[in-house]
Write a new protein. Structure first.
Length: 154
């Protein structure tokens, strides 16, 4: 099948030559499109300025993992509620399993408005994360309780 100039394709000129055996101008990737792409790109100083602004923002802000905060607050209570071992090694295993199962929710905090947004994310995702914690703790329920299982205080 030979392509004509009327057929639309996103293939480059070199690919069109290989396919058809002749020079066919691609109507989608014509010279005006190429010029628009080239002139539409930012110059190096503009990109450097933008990168400097982003870096400045990152230096003046703190990144908070909202999901990890929720896990840290509620995991001891959930373990105690389901009578699971609370020894340091079992608690560390449960914490690792929980942080692995919970999706990350990271928020950059720079001022009070960002902190309010982080609290909103925390409220929205609390129920979902608690359900994941309960699922993990129920799976750990069958594990034996060690002698110092009540070592951690809530």
């Amino acid at each position: 099948m030979v392509r004509t100039n009327k057929a639309k394709s996103n293939k480059t000129d070199a690919i069109m030559r290989l396919i058809t055996g002749e020079a066919v101008l691609n109507p989608i990737l014509d010279n005006s499109f190429k010029e628009d792409v080239i002139t539409g790109r930012q110059s190096v100083p503009e990109r450097a300025k933008k990168n400097a602004e982003i870096e400045k923002y990152r230096k003046n802000s703190i990144e908070i993992d909202v999901a990890a905060e929720i896990v840290g607050e509620h995991l001891p209570r959930v373990l105690k509620r389901f009578n699971c071992c609370m020894c340091p090694s079992c608690f560390a295993e449960a914490m690792a399993d929980s942080l692995e199962a919970v999706p990350e929710i990271k928020v950059r905090v720079r001022d009070d408005n960002d902190l309010k947004k982080a609290d909103q994310f925390k409220k929205k995702s609390k129920h979902q994360i608690l359900m994941i914690l309960v699922r993990i703790v129920i799976a750990r329920r069958g594990l034996p309780i060690h002698e110092n299982g009540n070592f951690m205080e809530i």
